[in-house]
Design a protein around this ligand. Structure first.
Ligand code: AMP
Ligand code: ZN
Length: 494
């Protein structure tokens, strides 16, 4: 049932740097584009956080009954090493290092990306287009921008003329940079002499003879610049002007700034009404990044096989951890934070189990369920404030436990409301998944391993190292790894 008309949502728009009332272009329908991964290596937890923020937003809009078309692309060409116009193509470089074809790299990491998203309970986007599937569209846009006189061709490459564009437009409108500062701060790098000005960016790059990912164009064999694909795919599937464009904070400049410039140069229209940027996941206070190696992979969080973690955590615990922070706040990853999230998550799940078995009564209650429900929506309507929503969910947890203990009560109508609302927010919107019931296989396995750990400890105390080693080694053979830490022994599964 569509309930969007009962809710007014405010969204922080990076373009105006303030919260604005959300009004879609077409009533009841939303077009949302989110920059997807460059598939040249495994996604790390930082990437996952950004995609998860938009998964939650997608889920909420769906819950409200909007007809939403969510486009998230796959970058499989054109993204050079340093995000600008120099360096090797990331995918081509990986292919060279691994001695496989670029498209094998793309296939491998696209499959990995989808597997990870499945594990972490993501909803698939409505359309997942690839850059290489839209080369012709990109060439057409370049032709259009050339016709407007806002790009120029040099030696088989085409560059966007930022200074010319800025004469009648505002380059830097999204990132708050002004052109004078940009000119002042950009170095001219060697080998970049093709550009008229260093702040110009490539729409099309001539391919060197050894560059395998190249396509014919009016300017010779080459490949599109990274920023162009998103303009091509968002316009194709969502139109010249659409509602929401999202991505991580680090994409604001130059990527999104260039998208705005391309679209305005091409069809004189600012492409997006609401620009949304998700903040970074950090590790030891530094941004998680592929390039620096300062990152944790989603698989590592599940297995616990990394020095930062004392044990593995379920995908829902990781999701809960991410949702406990607002999408625009920096979030620092740590073992302690995950342990705390796991505790909170299990408490929430316990209360949901209790809720299933509660019985209504006519005794008076001091908890107003319909007001509480409004509070849940109010949190989400205020720029998708999941930490406030979770605080509301814990108000309900407290109430549920009071009813169980007999210190509070609930009438039958409120019981239906609280059950439906918890189901909607916990599972449909936050995307958490129920942990297995008590006595499940998972729990029995954990208890069995705990028993073996305790027998191993006894053997060690008795200096029977042959037995303690045997227990550890035989567990390894079946894919169970024990890890001795200062707080005792934990385990992870292959
Ligand atoms: P990439 O594959 O590098 O283009 O990144 C995919 C998405 O992940 C982009 O939206 C980035 O902004 C985002 N991203 C990269 N690093 C982080 C991080 N440490 N925390 C949150 N999002 C990130
Ligand atoms: Zn993009």
């Amino acid at each position: 049932m569509a309930i969007y008309s009962e809710h007014s949502i405010s969204i922080y728009n990076s373009l105006s740097s303030k919260k604005e009332l959300f009004k879609p272009i077409n009533e009841g329908a939303i077009g949302m584009y989110v920059c997807g991964p460059t598939v040249y290596s495994n996604v790390h937890l930082g990437n996952l956080r950004t995609f998860m923020s938009f998964d939650m937003i997608f889920r909420y809009f769906k819950h409200l009954g909007y007809k939403i078309r969510y486009v998230r692309n796959i970058t499989d060409a054109g993204h050079l090493e340093n995000d600008a116009d120099e360096g090797e193509d990331r995918i081509a470089k990986k292919a060279r290092l691994e001695q496989i074809e670029p498209m094998e790299v793309v296939q491998k990491y696209t499959v990995d990306f989808h597997n990870i998203l499945n594990t972490f309970n993501f909803l698939p986007p409505s359309i997942e287009p690839t850059a290489t599937g839209h080369i012709i569209d990109q060439i057409e846009i370049i032709k259009g921008i050339l016709e407007k006189g806002l790009a120029y061709e040099v030696n088989g490459s085409v560059y966007f003329d930022v200074l010319k564009y800025n004469e009648s437009n505002d380059y830097g409108v999204l990132s708050g940079r002004n052109i004078e500062d940009l000119i002042h701060n950009t170095r001219t790098l060697e080998g970049q002499t093709d550009k008229k000005n260093p702040q110009d960016f490539a729409l099309w790059k001539k391919a060197e003879p050894n560059h395998i990912m190249r396509w014919p164009s009016p300017w010779g064999l080459g490949f599109p610049g990274w920023h162009l694909e998103c303009t091509a795919m968002s316009t194709k599937y969502l139109g010249e002007k659409f509602d929401i464009h999202g991505g991580g904070m680090d994409l604001k400049f130059p990527h999104h700034e260039c998208e705005i410039a391309q679209a305005k140069a091409w069809h004189n229209c600012s492409p997006v009404n609401y620009w949304m940027h998700a903040n970074m996941l950090t590790l030891n206070g530094q941004k998680m990044a592929k390039s620096t190696g300062n990152n944790i992979l989603p698989d590592e969080i599940l297995s616990g096989n990394t020095k930062q973690l004392s044990k593995g955590f379920s995908p829902s615990v990781a999701r809960f951890f991410m949702m406990q922070a607002h999408y625009r706040s920096i979030l620092d990853f740590s073992n302690d934070a995950l342990v705390a999230s796991e505790k909170g998550f299990l408490k929430l799940m316990d209360a949901l189990k209790t809720l299933k078995n509660l019985e209504a009564s006519t005794a008076p209650s001091d908890f107003n369920v319909s007001k509480w429900k409004q509070g849940c929506y109010a949190a989400m309507n205020d720029d998708f404030n999941t930490p406030i929503l979770i605080a509301e969910l814990f108000n309900a947890v407290k109430y549920i436990n009071q009813i169980k203990d007999g210190t509070n009560s609930i009438d039958s109508e409120s019981l239906i409301t609280i059950r439906e609302t918890m189901q909607a927010f916990v599972f449909d919107i936050l995307g958490l998944q129920e942990v297995s019931a008590v006595g499940s296989h998972d729990e029995k396995l954990s208890e069995t391993i705990a028993l073996l750990i305790s027998l191993r400890n006894q053997a060690r105390t008795q200096k029977n190292f042959a037995l303690s080693d045997q227990i550890r080694d035989q567990l390894v053979e079946i894919g169970i790894h024990l890890k001795d830490g200062k707080d005792g022994t934990t385990f992870s599964l292959d």
